[in-house]
Write a protein that binds this ligand. Structure first.
Ligand code: ZN
Length: 477
């Protein structure tokens, strides 16, 4: 009994022990599975945006399309290290490496990049796609260049083919990229002749003097136009007036060109003539009285106006047969003489004013301070030399003076003093261009005395016209 009971106890011990071994084995297997899942399924993960294979053209810049990285549920994109050795100047295969390391758990992903030459050369022609060639002339090829991004200058490899009225320029680079350009040839003269005047487009001649015709120069892309110029209009140097001469020319294809020259035939200034000229107006209270006196005396004068004063006095002076000349809109030396452009800007303002009032454009001008002024040097060196030439080129005539009333100088003046200043300077042996200012009361009051003196002493009074000989001073700047 005792023996049997002992054996049973031993069996029970062994049975319990087997159960424990079985339990521990299962536990170890579970741990191993957990580690494997952790290692192989829960590793850091990198996802690339865009393609895993990128093909780039030579010299194109590699642009990263982006990526993201996760570990378990955490975004670890900012832990990714990106490396590449791409050289876009060298053809070949490259790799972009994306690497991440989280506590020893590493992951690496690669994007492949290939640099190739896919760009064709660029052919540039000297002329347009369509070329007009003079009839009878031959045109076999244009000047050209062919530049390839990879090969460089491949102009020497360009093949030129002539097909009917078309020229084809083609070239192929080392990697087989082709380029070709077509050029159309039309045998037709589409270009007008070029006609230019010898000498000025505005010529002044005194009555009885010779008019020297300098002619024109006419050239054409296709034809010789010597003797082809037709001149219309003529100059009668015995009759004062404005003459237009028109030169025209036509090439064989019928393309025309023409140009005009204006010739002004004028009387020489008569000795003993007085030109009364008034600057800086108009002004009410003086200009209107001056107009009354001129009307009563039957004398015509010239008014060089500014942008100030009433319009109706300019209108009245014009309607009563006086000449309206242009002085300056602003009468500001620093503004007017700062540059050639500002001079003409200022002149245009007063010119427009006069044209609006009278309906007629005036080309008769007087420089503020006269052409000999030196004040302008302060604002622009040499400007008077420029302007005196430029105004003539633009068709203006400018008039200085050789008699001054002295009414612009500072100080109190009297009418008799102003009259004396003028009278003592008058001469029968020349033209007398008298500078006065119609904004001054003492000038207004001196006027009748001056006119009476002139009449009594055999002078004649005239207003300036475009055919009046210019009275000019020496330019000093
Ligand atoms: Zn002035």
């Amino acid at each position: 009994m005792n023996c049997n009971g002992r054996r049973n106890n031993l069996e029970k011990f062994f049975q319990m022990y087997e159960k424990k071994i079985c339990f521990f084995s299962i536990l170890i297997i579970l741990i191993i599975i957990a580690i494997l899942i952790y290692n192989f399924l829960l590793m850091p993960n990198i996802r690339l945006k865009g393609s895993r294979f990128v093909e780039l053209d030579y010299l194109d810049k590699y642009v990263e399309e982006g990526y993201s990285a996760y570990f378990l549920h955490d975004d670890i994109t900012d832990k990714v290290v990106v490396k590449n050795n791409i050289n876009s100047k060298k053809l070949g295969n490259y790799e972009v490496e994306y690497m991440v390391n989280v506590g020893g758990f590493k992951r690496k992903v690669v994007r492949k990049v290939k640099i190739t030459d896919k760009t064709a050369p660029v052919i540039k022609l000297d002329s347009d796609d369509t070329v007009y060639v003079c009839p009878g002339e031959k045109f076999s090829r244009d000047k050209f260049t062919a530049i390839d991004a990879f090969d460089g200058d491949v102009s020497d490899n360009v093949v030129v083919e002539n097909k009917n009225n078309e020229i084809i320029y083609s070239v192929i680079d080392k990697h087989g990229n082709k380029a070709s350009v077509k050029q159309k040839i039309i045998y037709e003269d589409k270009t007008a002749p070029i006609i230019t005047l010898n000498g000025s487009d505005l010529v002044y001649v005194f009555i009885g003097d010779n008019y020297n015709e300098l002619g024109v120069n006419a050239t054409d892309n296709c034809d010789d136009l010597t003797d082809a110029v037709i001149t219309e209009g003529m100059v009668n140097v015995n009759v004062a007036g404005t003459y237009d001469i028109v030169y025209s020319v036509s090439d064989k294809a019928g393309n025309k060109a023409s140009i005009k020259r204006t010739v002004i035939v004028s009387e020489r200034n008569k000795k003993g003539t007085i030109y009364l000229t008034f600057d800086d107006g108009p002004k009410r209270g003086t200009t209107d009285v001056i107009l009354d006196i001129l009307k009563e005396e039957g004398v015509k004068a010239t008014f060089f106006v500014t942008n100030s004063g009433p319009d109706d006095l300019i209108k009245r002076a014009y309607d009563e047969g006086h000449t309206i000349g242009l002085h300056s809109a602003s009468h500001s030396y620093s503004l007017v003489y700062s540059s050639v452009d500002s001079y003409f800007h200022d002149l245009d303002i007063v010119s427009n004013r006069v044209k609006n009032i009278t309906g007629e454009e005036s080309k008769i001008i007087r420089f503020i301070g006269g052409s000999s002024n030196t004040v302008s040097r302060k604002f622009c060196e040499g400007i008077m030399s420029n302007l005196t030439g430029e105004v003539l080129k633009r068709g203006y005539r400018y008039y200085d003076w050789n008699v001054s009333a002295g009414d612009a100088e500072a100080g109190g003046h009297t009418a008799s003093e102003i009259a004396d200043n003028v009278i003592k300077s008058l001469s029968k042996n020349r033209v007398n261009m008298v500078l006065m200012h119609d904004i001054k009361t003492y000038t207004r009051d001196a006027l009748r005395t001056i006119i009476r003196y002139g009449k009594e002493n055999g002078y004649t009074f005239e207003n300036i016209t475009m055919s009046t000989e210019m009275i000019t001073q020496r330019v000093n700047n």
